[in-house]
Design a binder for this molecule. Structure first.
Ligand SMILES: [Zn+2]
Length: 102
């Protein structure tokens, strides 16, 4: 099976993507945030009918700490708005993030 490294695919100029984060693809997260545009999303598991959670777009075996790190990376890259400190996050997709999906 051919495995394409996401960072190489995107030609990350710095190549400093966190080792732990690079295995989580951006696209499902951005797709998820786009689907829930107009609502804030969080990173932890939420109750049915609660806030949308990007957790749904990330494999279950990824620990919450890494999900936050991944979101922090997306914020740093300007693809997502919100807070990466580990609080609720209130994530939203940015225009730049949406352009990545086209
Ligand atoms: Zn915060």
């Amino acid at each position: 099976m051919l495995v394409v490294e996401p960072n190489r695919m995107r030609g990350s100029p710095s190549g400093v993507a966190m080792v732990q984060c690079k295995d989580i693809p951006n696209e499902p997260i951005l797709q998820f945030l786009k689907k829930h545009k107009g609502q804030w999303a969080t990173w932890f598991q939420t109750m049915e009918g609660g806030m949308p959670s990007v957790r749904e777009a990330i494999p279950d075996d990824i620990p919450g700490k890494l999900v936050v790190a991944k979101m922090r990376q997306l914020i740093k890259n300007g693809l997502v708005k919100g807070c990466g400190c580990g609080c609720r996050g209130d994530y939203e997709i940015t225009e730049k993030g949406e352009r990545q999906l086209c």
